[in-house]
Design a protein around this ligand. Structure first.
Ligand SMILES: [Zn+2]
Length: 292
């Protein structure tokens, strides 16, 4: 008997480790959703930096957490069509994606901090996503990244960062432009995000040097504006800008589509024919503004 191997990287992921283990323990993860390639590129840029620096602590980077979905350039695993970021902590006795989630969960139990890198798609802004209301200590960590937009997560269970927070770790997400669908890279966003993680590691004392960041603003949860009927959407705003209430986000079948409140645009659909229920825009109010 002989065994012929092919595509053998589909059932294993690689962990890159840095540091002297004399300090904070941090995991940087990417591509839990395999098409989110801006996140993968960020992790790879970060690893180039870490290889040249003194790391006081322990940093493990897992640039491709979901190899089959990366190979397939899809959010869901081609094995079982499951979204891995809804099923943590996974199960050693489940199907392939449950087993993978379990393996990743086990691999990230020995760290204090997790930065999970994701992509929000074309027409998306870079933003930090955190449960900063439930876990106030995350405010300071989100600020340390010094990316301008920090958004309260809706806290959907089964996500690595949400379950890790409930397990006592300090975990957050950075959402990046491009990536999904189809696996594309926003190179400038990846470079900026890599610098943000350097700032974060400097804040923890893991790295001695840092790079300048941005002033930050905290926002409440994202509201999604969806198409009420099929039609043509033509956007009029860019992701990442702040829109006043009543500003036209674009036109919907020749009618202005108005911002329902003042907030930051997290995503905006490209010009296209949309169908009922599809997202046209994501908008998040400045923290506390809606209740006042
Ligand atoms: Zn994702």
């Amino acid at each position: 008997m002989r065994e012929v191997r092919f595509e053998q990287d589909l059932t294993r992921f690689t962990v890159y480790e840095y540091g002297n283990k004399q300090g904070p323990r941090v995991a940087i993860t990417a591509a839990i959703h395999g098409d989110e390639q801006t996140a993968i590129h960020t992790a790879n840029l970060l690893m180039k930096e870490l290889g040249d620096l003194t790391v006081n602590g322990y940093v493990k980077v897992i640039p491709v957490c979901n190899p089959p979905s990366f190979r397939n350039r899809t959010r869901f695993s081609p094995f079982d069509h499951i979204d891995m970021n809804r099923i943590f902590p996974g199960s050693p006795d489940g199907g392939p994606t449950h087993q993978l989630a379990h393996a990743l969960w086990q691999e990230t139990r020995d760290v204090d901090y997790i930065v999970d890198l994701h992509c929000v798609g074309n027409g998306g802004a870079t933003y930090t996503l955190a449960l900063y209301k439930e876990f106030p200590e995350l405010r300071e960590l989100a600020e340390a990244l010094a990316l301008p937009i920090i958004i309260q997560s809706s806290g959907t269970r089964g996500q690595l960062f949400v379950e890790s927070c409930h397990a006592g770790q300090k975990a957050l997400i950075i959402e990046l432009p491009a990536g999904q669908p189809g696996g594309t890279i926003d190179v400038a966003a990846a470079e900026e995000c890599s610098r943000a993680v350097i700032r974060y590691l400097h804040h923890l004392g893991v790295l001695s040097a840092s790079v300048p960041g941005h002033p930050v603003t905290f926002y409440d949860e994202i509201t999604t504006v969806v198409a009420q009927e099929p039609g043509l959407f033509l956007p009029a705003v860019e992701p990442g800008i702040i829109c006043e209430r009543g500003t036209a986000l674009g036109t919907w079948n020749d009618t202005p589509l108005l911002a329902p409140f003042t907030g930051v645009i997290t995503t905006i659909s490209p010009p296209r024919y949309c169908f009922t229920g599809e997202s046209l825009a994501g908008i998040a109010p400045i923290a506390g503004a809606q209740s006042s």
